[in-house]
Design a protein. Sequence first.
Length: 417
Amino acid sequence: MSWRPKRMKFGLFLAPFHRVGEHPTLALQRDLELIETLDDLGYDEVWVGEHHSFGRELISNPMIFLAAAAERTKHIKLGTGVVSLPYHNPLMVADDLLQLDHMTRGRVALGVGPGALTSDAVQMGIPPETQRRRMAESLDAIMQMARNEEPVTMETDWFSLTEARLQMAWYSDPHPEVAVAVILTPAGPQLAGKHGVSMLSLGGADSDGMKNVWEWYEEAAHENGHEVSRKNWRVVTAIHVAETRAQAIEDVRAGYLRRVYVGDVRDQGRKGGIVLFAAETIEEAIDANQVIVGSPDDVIEQIEGIHDRSGGVGGVLGMHHEWASSDATKRSYELFMRYVAPRYQGQLDRIVASRDFVEDRQLDIFGAGNKAMAKAFADAGKELPEAFREGLEAAEASSNGAEAPAEAEAEAEPVAD
């Protein structure tokens, strides 16, 4: 059996994806309201992206967005998912994070990446082939400033730092969590391991190659004197939950075909661009483990598959999509927290044990109370009510620890309310 955390983290990766043609103000408003909903439901975290082109992912500065979300929420961790480091001076990234760390009272995290949309880099005159190198250089500088009080002087071909230092101490101890976006190549895991920071796997949840990701990460960490834990490895995948598998598929069938960058392109015959999922239909995507769609039991089975393919992860983040209606989407997030998350967060064992303890001893426990009530009638010289007498006789006739009625077997299954 693969490694399991004592308590898995669950949250949302909010790129966000929106269809071209809708009002952008309302789209951003809906994103903020969604984070409020997640906070109310008890999700652990949300990670918000940075993009500057192509018309679907509309948040240009995740830290501004998270500052607004912080004022609307109480508990949920707010992470950048991710800041594209080649687009910014590292001092500005670290200093913005420092301010947000104080403003959120330590609820912020920094997710970093090289920049997913080549169209962003092209607009800034950044050669795409330099993005990963620039990300590594920037993260080196950020981690030095985050962990040390000594000033940092650093010269590259795209930024300069001259005795740079942060002017405040961190609110978080020792500093906010930092996570590197990774896929199924060595570069991301090795960079995360070099600095001993967390990983956000944005692809590969369907692949046995995930085990290589951990090996590259752990090896790089040990080479650089860091101890790392699987609890700080999160995997991102699209999720939708409904009461039944059939209902979940029906909820997202049409939306999946219209998914961003694939089904919503202006010219379907034009080659190139971004392909998020290879499967043509939602059923094929489910069978290939590219998405998690189904009942709560189906979702649990798929999460177990992620653990088995990876060797064990500390958290799963749903890649937010708008394939279903707003109502069905909110219902999905509710069902996940009601019936899936408790399975992995230690919230069911004691409840089940308490129920079983009482049911296995119910005649002894409740029988004494019934006899006491019957004695009270007798001591008062009153006749026992017929209905109560029949109940006592039925209880005495039943065997101690008898199986629960068949209809009770379904009590753990989610039902529509």
